[in-house]
Write a protein of this length. Structure first.
Length: 384
């Protein structure tokens, strides 16, 4: 796997496009289903139809909708029973359900609301009312998802503080221990200590800036940065770890290659996590390669280790913050399992892409190891 490895060609790393909301329409009368589909199709919804409660439950098992319009009275499993079953299942209880009911059935709506309904629409359907009620629920869903995104962003901030501040702090401790061991004098490491502590301050400042960016679409302070000095700065933080495990780093990055990134997050979060993982999962007396090559429209940066590798079942979800990917290192080092999702988000915020390829030691001892490939944007003046 050399500098032109096809990792990123085999993975779709594009950001998600706008979501088309899925609405499940459940009514035993075909005419009603057609009317609802005609009205809702004007709002660009992805409409799925079911003619019975049994079919509705089957369709939800197959694909979870964003909203269900559910007839109250149907042969077989009626609407209230469908609602109760969905609300009793933790996979589906979050789905908002609006009942479809005739005006003479309103007395039954008490049971419907107790079962978990959020609203109802009376028959015959009035297009404007249906449009307004459905739009209200979809807007509420959008708002809830934005709030969840805010929570995830706050969790990322906590991760940056708790995880990525640890690396420079540990580096400071290692330098102090060197002076206690008598290997170097304090005067020899004082400037490095100051620089490392300045990195801690920079990370805190980055968190503060990102906290102020409510709807930011890119990182603050994106600038052209020379790649080699940033990589060396990140590697320096792990000098003690590399020495303790007798790991040799082979650096192959031509001087003068520049990328367009936000420096603090790239050095202290992106590179820090990737180098930390390479060291953590490498065996003693092994090697780590860090190399880069400039392409026509981007810079490809590869970080490769020959360590324990990643099990194949874990590779597809390594960037998913909702999946548990935490594992101990070769020397029982611990991690949070949250670093790679954050790395991916930051790289994409620069306008870049990330891919990973790995072979677990349990699958092939000779080829074991992991390669992470970054495609980083060139400064605007250098593109093309």
């Amino acid at each position: 796997m050399r500098a032109n490895c096809p990792i990123l060609k085999r993975r779709n790393m594009e950001l998600a496009q706008s979501v088309q909301r899925k609405v499940l329409v459940v009514d035993d009368i075909a005419f009603n289903r057609r009317v609802l589909e005609k009205i809702l199709s004007k709002q660009n919804f992805d409409i799925t139809k079911a003619s019975s409660g049994e079919e509705a439950l089957m369709r939800v098992e197959k694909e979870i909708p964003d909203l269900i319009l559910l007839d109250l009275k149907m042969p077989g499993i009626n609407g209230i029973e469908v609602c109760k079953r969905l609300k009793a299942d933790r996979r589906f209880r979050h789905i908002p359900i609006m009942f479809l009911t005739a005006s003479n059935e309103l007395d039954d709506m008490r049971d419907a609301f107790q079962a978990g309904a959020i609203d109802y629409i009376t028959k015959p359907f009035i297009a404007a009312e249906l449009h307004a009620r459905v739009t209200t629920q979809i807007n509420a869903l959008d708002q809830a998802e934005r709030m969840m995104k805010k929570v995830e962003e706050q969790q990322e901030m906590i991760h940056i503080i708790s995880h990525d501040l640890k690396n420079p702090i540990v580096a400071c401790r290692g330098l102090v221990e060197l002076t206690e061991d008598g290997d170097v004098s304090f005067g020899m490491v004082s400037k490095t200590l100051i620089r490392t502590l300045d990195q801690c301050v920079s990370i805190i400042e980055l968190v503060r800036k990102r906290g102020l960016m409510d709807e930011a679409t890119s990182m603050p302070d994106m600038q052209a940065q020379e790649l080699l000095p940033m990589v060396k700065e990140s590697l320096y933080l792990f000098e003690r770890n590399l020495r303790d495990k007798h790991i040799q780093v082979n650096l192959s990055i031509p001087a003068g290659i520049t990328v367009y990134v936000e420096r603090v997050s790239f050095v202290n979060v992106v590179l820090s996590n990737l180098v930390s993982n390479a060291v953590k999962y490498s065996y003693p007396d092994s090697q780590v390669e860090v190399e880069a090559v400039q392409k026509e429209s981007y810079v490809e940066l590869l970080i490769r280790d020959h360590g324990m590798g990643i099990p194949q079942y874990m590779v597809p979800v390594i960037f998913d913050p909702h999946k548990m990917t935490r594992r101990p290192g070769t020397a029982k080092e611990q991690g949070t399992g949250y670093g790679m999702p954050l790395v991916k988000k930051l790289v994409e915020s620069y306008g870049g892409r990330i891919g990973i390829e790995s072979v677990a030691r349990s699958e092939d001892m000779e080829q074991a190891g992991t390669t992470v490939a970054l495609h980083l944007p060139l400064p605007p003046s250098e593109e093309g």
